[in-house]
Design a protein around this ligand. Structure first.
Ligand code: IPM
Ligand code: MN
Length: 364
């Protein structure tokens, strides 16, 4: 397996280093080989090369790098985000560009409360918080379609188009049904989250696709629907209700941040940008956290979780049992480690960044 590593900015490289420590250990145990290639794609490089911090003047990722990234089995990403660079430049230039160019049409976000991890939800524990959000990752309002006219005048008008295709909705829905089928849960229920009462065009495309595909090809999976606002309420009141959720790009963006908080915060939440037949990219959900950089205090658990996902999902997509099992072993080691930690917050873990990595390795 060839893995491209993009440590990125801030604490990204530190947490990725712990994930790679765990990778080395699990590869020895599970008996597979891999090679790593580091790519310096970061805000620091952009500035060092003379990029303007206020508007994009040079590429943050080069065409040759995208071409090279296509040749790997997976990408392991730390964080993109730099305090000196205006919002949007790195997000659009790196993260969104890779999602679109590599057609990573699924954003996969497991939401699982690990033992010993604090949730802000009263009276809820690991048995209650264990579901997966499948977010469509290449369409909706993220395509950049739309524009602004008469900018700066009282007549200013802007549009931001919700580009929804049957093709895009369908492939996300099918992925989610398949995941629901193979997932180890008794509920076997897929919930569509949208806003069909207001988004009567885009919502209807999703709704009909969901029920048509479900009725025809997945009769064994129960179908359920939530409006996105109600879904936010249920995440807090009854998270145990959910099994797998499928939703559009922006709704998925928003509900997965709420989901991250109920699973213990950004120190533990991991995600994948997935093209099941292409090159997928796995990352911890916390940003570059510049104020903690270089202090050995940031929580690497989300990055270790992302590494576990990388192994499991690469295995799933390539039909490689050994990798799937290796990913499961990483998760089991995380579950053995979280109860030993005082907190999942940076600087309050009772251990340093590198010590947490060592704990996971010894649990393996
Ligand atoms: C995420 C992030 C990105 C998104 C930003 C950084 C563009 O919030 O991965 O959820 O909105 O998708
Ligand atoms: Mn987000």
């Amino acid at each position: 397996m060839r893995i491209a590593v993009i440590g990125g900015d801030g604490t990204g490289p530190e947490v990725v280093a712990e994930g790679l420590k765990v990778l080395k250990a699990v590869a020895q145990k599970a008996g597979f080989e891999y090679t790593l290639k580091n790519l310096d794609i970061s805000g620091d490089r952009y500035l060092a090369q003379g990029g303007d911090p206020n508007k994009q003047t040079i590429p943050v990722i080069y065409d040759e790098e995208i071409a090279e990234l296509r040749t790997f089995d997976a990408i392991y990403l730390g964080a993109v985000g730099h305090p000196k660079i205006a919002p949007g430049i790195l997000e659009k230039g790196v993260l969104l560009r890779l999602r679109f160019e590599l057609d990573q049409y699924i954003n996969l976000r497991p939401v699982k409360l690990y033992p010993g991890v604090d949730t802000p939800l009263k009276d809820k524990g690991p048995a209650d918080i264990d579901f997966v959000v499948v977010r469509e990752n290449t369409e909706g309002i993220y395509t950049g379609m739309g524009g602004v006219q008469y900018k700066g005048s009282p007549a200013e008008v802007s549009t931001q188009i919700n580009c929804t295709t049957r093709f895009g909705a369908e492939r996300a829905i099918r992925y989610a049904f398949d995941l629901c089928r193979r997932r180890n849960s008794k509920k076997k229920m897929l919930t569509l989250v949208h806003k069909t009462n207001v988004l009567t065009f885009a919502g209807d495309t999703w709704f009909r696709a969901f029920h048509e595909i479900g009725a025809k090809d997945y009769p064994d999976i129960k179908r359920d629907y939530n409006h996105v606002d109600a879904c936010c309420m249920w995440f807090v009141k009854n998270p145990e209700f959910y099994d797998v959720i499928v939703t559009d790009n922006i709704f998925g963006d928003i509900i997965t941040d709420l989901a991250a908080v109920i699973q213990g915060g950004l120190g533990v939440a991991a995600g994948g940008n997935i093209n099941p037949k292409g090159v997928s990219m796995y990352e911890p959900m916390g940003g570059s956290a510049p104020k903690y950089a270089g202090q050995n205090v940031i929580n690497p658990m989300a990055a270790i979780g992302a590494l576990g996902m990388l192994l499991r999902e690469t295995g799933n997509n390539k039909g490689d049992r050994k990798l799937v099992t290796a990913g499961e072993r990483v998760e089991a080691a995380i579950i053995a480690t979280t109860p030993k930690m005082k907190s999942q917050a940076a600087g309050k873990m009772g251990f340093s960044t590198t010590q947490v990595g060592d704990l996971v390795v010894s649990a393996l």
